[in-house]
Every structure is written in structure tokens, then in C-alpha cells.
Design a protein around this ligand. Structure first.
Ligand code: ATP
Length: 291
């Protein structure tokens, strides 16, 4: 078995009295693209920061490429790329000066890739010569992504990387991401609210809800197996579903359950009277898991 590229066990983090992460367990295998989903304030940024060792957790353990995040070697550090939600670039430098600065820090800097990305992502001579403080939000985000991709990291963590990109920028970025995964076997974790983007690139998804990973798996398998079953409480209880994910009671005594079903189970339930079984889109799934 391959060493997981990310392994998080029992991670807890509170801000004052507000618990945010409440026992996150999460394992990510190399070479996958994982979309991290959750409502605003669910703790996605906090989780990404803790797993990268940028924020101290209260309890729990994280390893990256087999090393504890609290004691990473320089080799592992050089294999990680991160684009935070709000990039802190060196605003007084020009894009070229900033990239040159980082080039000196990374032994595996891919200058050819940087030149090609700058050209393709609209950084002409004029944009390359401006102080970063004068770039637009989307241009800064692109620059931050170029910086994170430049050293061909084995693990790339992106916190809402496309929030300020226009549709063309988003398409170019997603294309680059997929290429990188194919060419360099990069593992990518990215949080986003744009579900259509996720459906285009993510192989796996993980939902963060109530401080834990409430549901994770291969996106196509989840979409194939997740169903919403509604009926009266007695009828739902009698089903004894093996892979129930969420359950909600309603004022009229009826119950809705989100469960993963095999094709056989799905057919059996659909044949019963008094039950309503719905197939879910990714958006429906998001609503049901994070309700
Ligand atoms: N430094 C901090 N001090 C106090 N509370 C914080 C801090 N950082 C985050 N929080 C709180 O922790 C919770 C989780 O925040 P976080 O930014 O991790 O959520 P998120 O899922 O990334 O949200 P979004 O989708 O809106 O970006 C929020 O309620 C937030 O207010």
C-alpha cells in the first residue's frame, strides 16, 4: 500500500469557546484531486491550515508524505504548494521579482513552466513590470497559483483558488490543474463553492460538516449511490439502511434520510409503496449533507 500523502487523525480546533474541528479523520492517497466542500464557516480553511502546520491544532495528528506536520523535513516542505484564500504576496515587488525570490528558495523550480503560464495567463511585459499591489484581484490570484505550481509540488493545497477568476480564468486554471496531475502525479486538495468546477475536475470529494468529514468518496460513486428517501418514520426505521449518512425529521412526522444504496437496494426501495426515493445531483447532495 502507498503511504497516504495526507493523514489526519482526531483533529480538534476551537477558537475560544467555538469548536470548529471536532475530531477530523481524513486520509488522502497520492495522485488524486480532492474537492473539500462545506458551508461558509464550516472550518475548511482552518482544516487546510492545520493540516499544513500553519495553524496549531488543539489535539490530533497530521502527517504529510509520511512525516508529522510539526517536524517536516526540508525535502517534504519543498514538495508542498499552497494557495491561501487571501494570498499574501509581496505587494511592493513586481511579479517577476517575486517569482525570482521564490525561485531561489526552491531547488525544483520549473522556470519553463513559469514562463509559459505567465504568457498564457495574461502577464505581458506591462503586467510583469507593475508592483503586485496594482494588479487586480484575479491577476493576484493567478500569480499566486503560478507561484504554487512553479516547483512541481507533490501536494498542492488550494483554498478557494478560483473565487476571483472569471470563467475563462477558471477554465484555464482547471485545465492546468488536470494537466499537472496527469504529468507530475500531483495530489490536489481544493476547497470551492463552485460545484460545476468540482464536477469537472475532482475525482474525490469530502464534505466537512459539524467539525468532521461527514461524507467522502469518489465523486462518481457518491453520485451513483447517494439517494434521498422520504416516508413516515416507522417505514424508514424498518428499512435498517446500512449506509445511512444523514436523517432529518419533519413537523408532520415524516422522515428524510440520505443514504448510499446499491443498485439492488435502490430498485427494491423504489418498488415499495409509501416511500419516495430521489437520485441526487451534487448540489442536492451538498444541501442534504450540510443541512
Ligand atoms: N483566527 C480566528 N479567530 C477566531 N475565529 C476564527 C478564526 N479563524 C476562523 N474562525 C472561525 O472559525 C469558523 C471556521 O472558519 P473557516 O474560515 O475555517 O471556515 P470556511 O469553511 O473556510 O468558511 P468559508 O467557506 O466562508 O471560507 C468560522 O466561524 C470563523 O469565524
Amino acid at each position: 500500500m502507498k503511504t497516504p500523502i495526507v493523514h489526519v487523525a482526531g483533529l480538534h480546533k476551537a477558537f475560544g469557546k467555538q469548536p470548529v474541528l471536532q475530531g477530523v479523520n481524513w486520509t488522502i492517497e497520492p495522485g488524486t484531486i480532492v474537492g473539500l466542500l462545506g458551508r461558509n464557516g464550516a472550518g475548511k480553511s482552518t482544516l487546510l491550515e492545520c493540516l499544513l502546520g500553519l495553524r496549531e491544532a488543539d489535539r490530533g495528528a497530521c502527517t504529510l508524505l509520511g512525516e508529522p506536520v510539526t517536524a517536516l523535513s526540508d525535502t517534504v516542505r519543498a514538495n508542498i504548494g499552497y494557495v491561501p484564500q487571501k494570498s499574501e504576496l509581496f505587494e511592493w515587488m513586481t511579479p517577476i521579482q517575486m517569482l525570482d525570490y521564490f525561485k531561489a528558495l526552491y531547488p525544483r523550480w520549473n522556470a519553463q513552466k513559469v514562463t509559459s503560464l505567465l504568457a498564457r495567463w495574461g502577464f505581458d511585459a506591462q503586467a510583469c513590470g507593475k508592483p503586485i499591489s496594482k494588479l487586480s484581484g484575479g491577476e493576484k490570484q493567478r500569480l499566486s497559483i503560478i507561484r504554487a505550481l512553479a516547483h512541481d509540488p507533490a501536494l498542492l493545497v488550494l483554498d478557494e483558488p478560483v473565487a476571483s477568476l472569471d470563467p475563462v480564468g477558471r477554465r484555464d486554471f482547471l485545465h492546468e490543474l488536470v494537466n499537472d496531475v496527469i504529468e507530475h502525479d500531483t495530489t490536489v486538495i481544493f476547497s470551492t463553492h463552485i460545484l460545476s468546477d468540482l464536477e469537472r475536475v475532482a475525482l474525490d470529494v469530502a464534505f466537512l460538516q459539524n467539525g468532521q468529514i461527514a461524507l467522502q468518496g469518489a465523486l462518481d460513486e457518491l453520485l451513483e449511490s447517494a439517494s434521498r428517501i422520504s416516508g413516515d418514520a416507522g417505514a424508514i426505521d424498518a428499512l435498517r439502511l446500512q449506509r445511512e449518512v444523514r436523517r432529518h425529521g419533519h413537523a408532520d412526522g415524516s422522515v428524510t434520510v440520505l443514504a448510499r444504496l446499491s443498485a439492488e437496494e435502490d430498485a427494491q426501495l423504489r418498488a415499495r409503496t409509501g416511500l419516495k426515493v430521489d437520485t441526487l445531483s451534487l448540489e442536492d447532495l451538498f444541501v442534504e449533507v450540510t443541512r
